[in-house]
Design a protein around this ligand. Structure first.
Ligand SMILES: NC(=O)c1ccc[n+]([C@@H]2O[C@H](COP(=O)([O-])OP(=O)(O)OC[C@H]3O[C@@H](n4cnc5c(N)ncnc54)[C@H](OP(=O)(O)O)[C@@H]3O)[C@@H](O)[C@H]2O)c1
Length: 310
């Protein structure tokens, strides 16, 4: 079968021939229609313990042996994955896609939207509160801004570095206000405070590092800061004075049992439809998996997908 294959740690994927998965007890053989890519797939592909060659894992939508449309997360049985004509996925990770839901929505409401709604619900947003999404221009951020509003936020603010991507969020109404982070701490703090409407009550932090420390200074007492990603740095030098009367939590969503993640995903499909949620996509031909991979690494400001079955 055709597959996007990573031959060794650190190597980019190359589309070529790869052995087909064989049916096995407890797993579902899937003919893949659409594959998605996220930052976690890049990190996961080069983790210690991964054996090569392997297919890009990814999320996807395809057909089970009965021909039913199904979504599956990045849980393919190794060395298989979504970026191939066929994959093999543990049965409890294979979820039926309702007819009215398109492949790309099914994918973006998977890992990305789950990663947004779980911490936002834990933050217990009160009606009218000010919410900041830090690192808001990626898939998760775009969805988080809309979910924050759905959960009752008043002012919803997006912060990141790409002015163009931020302007799109403002133009589409996904964010009420945007803050372009330029890397000068004092200026970034001032810009965040200015946009904070007197102080952020909730910060969904997708990046950590210095941007998180800066955002903390623009929060008010009682603020909940939920950190879920570390793209801007895992180590921080935190002045505890900035955290007084605030709560800083870290959250991971992937460890939840499959049935819990499935219930969250099904709920998110409903919210996406009800709220007409907007997500930017960038679609690659399957044969350009290497280009898709490179785009994901450089920060695509959109969900990367590929049509596997033409
Ligand atoms: N904990 C969980 O359960 C969970 C679940 C899913 C995802 N995640 C994590 O959540 C994060 C976001 O996911 P995603 O798919 O949206 O990732 P993404 O596409 O990489 O988006 C993150 C955004 O952060 C911005 N950014 C990166 N470095 C920055 C910096 N130094 N300062 C300010 N902004 C910065 C980038 O925008 P600009 O280029 O505009 O700055 C980028 O668009 C990832 O780290 C992912 O691994 C966690």
């Amino acid at each position: 079968m055709r597959a996007a294959v990573i031959s060794e740690r650190g190597a980019p994927p190359v589309v070529g021939e790869f052995r087909e998965p064989e049916p096995c007890e407890g797993a579902v053989l899937i003919d893949v229609d659409t594959a998605g890519l996220g930052g976690w797939d890049v990190l996961g592909a080069y983790r210690l313990g991964v054996e090569y060659p392997c297919v890009i894992r990814g999320e996807g939508v395809g057909r089970n042996p009965e021909g039913r449309r199904v979504y599956f997360g990045e849980r393919s049985v190794l060395p298989f994955g979504a970026w191939a004509e066929k994959t093999l996925v543990p049965a409890e990770e294979v979820w039926t896609v309702p007819d009215h839901v398109d492949d790309k929505t099914a994918i973006s409401m998977g890992i990305a939207a789950t990663g947004a709604i779980v911490p936002l619900e834990k933050a217990n947003i009160q009606p009218g509160e000010n919410v900041l999404v830090l690192g808001a221009t990626g898939t998760l951020g775009q969805i988080a801004l809309q979910l924050a509003r759905y959960l009752g936020a008043g002012k919803v603010v997006a912060a990141a570095r790409s002015e163009d991507a931020l302007n799109r969020l403002k133009a589409t109404g996904v964010a009420d206000d945007v803050v372009c982070l330029r890397g000068n701490a004092a200026e970034d703090v001032a810009a965040l405070k200015e946009a904070s409407n007197g102080g952020f009550d909730v910060v969904l932090d997708l990046v950590c590092g210095q941007p998180m420390l800066n955002a903390l200074k623009a929060t008010r007492w009682g603020a909940r800061i939920m950190t879920i990603g570390t793209g801007a740095g895992r180590k921080i030098e935190l002045d505890m004075g900035d955290l007084l009367f605030r709560n800083l939590s870290t959250i991971g969503t992937g460890q939840r049992p499959p049935a819990d993640r499935r219930a969250i995903w099904e709920r998110l499909l409903g919210i996406a439809q009800e709220r007409k949620m907007i997500v930017d996509y960038v679609d690659y031909p399957f044969e350009q998996a290497a280009e898709a991979w490179a785009a994901q690494i450089s920060g695509p400001h959109a969900k990367v997908t590929a049509r596997i079955r033409s």
